[in-house]
Design a protein around this ligand. Structure first.
Ligand SMILES: [Ca+2]
Length: 79
């Protein structure tokens, strides 16, 4: 997943240390929730996480009813 590494490199380059530190937790949650292992998280898959459900409307930037990894990676796991 070259694209994900580029995003990580970008975030690191702008000094988002907090995001970098939380990255493995985000990746872990993504793979736990993404039951069918495709490129998006459906609302159905998100039901397994109260955190994702609570932040869904903020995360689904393009409001297509699915979260891309990019959208999902903006989740705030401290909430
Ligand atoms: Ca979306």
């Amino acid at each position: 997943m070259k694209k994900f590494r580029l995003i990580t490199a970008f975030l690191a380059s702008i000094g988002m240390a907090g995001v970098a530190m939380g990255e493995s937790q985000v990746d872990q949650l993504w793979s736990d929730l993404n039951a069918d292992k495709n490129d998006t998280l459906s609302a159905d898959e998100a039901k397994a996480s109260d955190q994702v459900q609570a932040q869904w409307s903020l995360l689904d930037v393009d409001q297509d009813g699915q979260l891309s990894y990019k959208e999902f990676s903006m989740i705030d796991l401290t909430k």
